[in-house]
Design a protein around this ligand. Sequence first.
Ligand code: ADP
Length: 416
Amino acid sequence: MGLSLGIDFGTSGARAIAIDSSKNIVAEVHYPFTNANFQDWQKALFYLLDNLGDSVRSELKSIAINGTSSTVLLCDNWGNPLSEAILYNDGRGIGFLEAIKAIAPPHHPVIIATSSLAKLLWWSEQEIFSQARYFLSQADWLAFLLHGKLGISDYHNALKLGYDLENLCYPDWLENLPMFNLLPQIFAPGTAIDTIKPDLVTRFAIPKDCLIYTGTTDSIAAFLASGANSLGDAVTSLGSTLVLKLLSSQKVDDSNYGIYSHRLGNLWLTGGASNTGGAVLKKFFSDQELRNYSLAIDGQKESNLDYYPLLKAGERFPINDPFLPVKLTPQPDNPREFLHGLLESIARIEALGYQRLQELGANKLERVYSAGGGAKNSTWRIIRQRHLGVPVLLSKQEQAAYGTALLAQQSVTLLK
Ligand code: ADP
């Protein structure tokens, strides 16, 4: 039997979920943080292990960790970070975009200021760089704390580094870089790397044959948790922003729209992120108002209000226009009608997003799972179903840590 542990390092905290062989959750621990860096992550990791409970720890047979995509560290020969990690949304690499464009294929996902590669190039001009031996993602470094092996990553965390997901190797244009020797060896997500380090066996009373597996990124872990598992399945995340993911047999990449594809076994997880979403709803309504007004809206009826809800001008996906204006007029006096217009407009943008992915070659949309703060809004589900024309369901499990526990358990069939 034995239990599998998934650990999620997200933007607002870390969470551990242990599951049994029937995929039931047997323990869950949360550690909130904001603006955390590697010292906090290490503290969080050990806090989570500490608080799982003796009986859970004593039955652990596998562990995997997911991090936020493109949160990266530069380490010395012993895995000590040489400076603070550069976080997922840090755009300091903007000055290296032209250099990246000159070597990477057109429309490649590394051609953005926040890509892991842009961050590596930025570091290459800093003084500490001469001491660097390993360039790692957050998930790689945290897994290293458990198994003690350096220079190991997975092909989800390596996407924005430029790893060739079709041929499963580093492309020539990366191998030719002078800092290529710092890059990790890449495995499939959910590959067993080694047993847990002996000092942790002693400290936490975890079985010494507990295996540590390669991890993934937080958004893929949430996709794995949702229950989506066949071609045409999609997950829409209705959080602060609107994020779409559609499982396809065809790879789709277009950096103009911020569209890229992750590999999942022999399939591709295509996706894009819009700047519209819950953050705009939150600007006008409290969560309670959202709930109450939504219940009073007839989702079967179309609102004629046609907005492009954004916090500020500019959009990438599904419309690529850095100056796209915020459109929130006309604003009716009745707040319920205004909310109806907002929900309807975001649903139109979601439908346009899936249309865009399909136009670029992704498989036909068959069903959509919903995650994030807006997923529980059943009126919105009815509105979205009208625009999407396919069944709209709730994700089976929401937490990325659950998806990563499935990865540790080796029960993600798509990866087999
Ligand atoms: P984050 O992307 O910040 O992790 P969450 O997944 O926690 O976001 O979702 C938070 C968002 O969900 C908020 O922006 C809020 O406006 C939205 N939200 C909360 N309740 C509802 C609701 N009943 N209907 C629609 N949206 C909601």
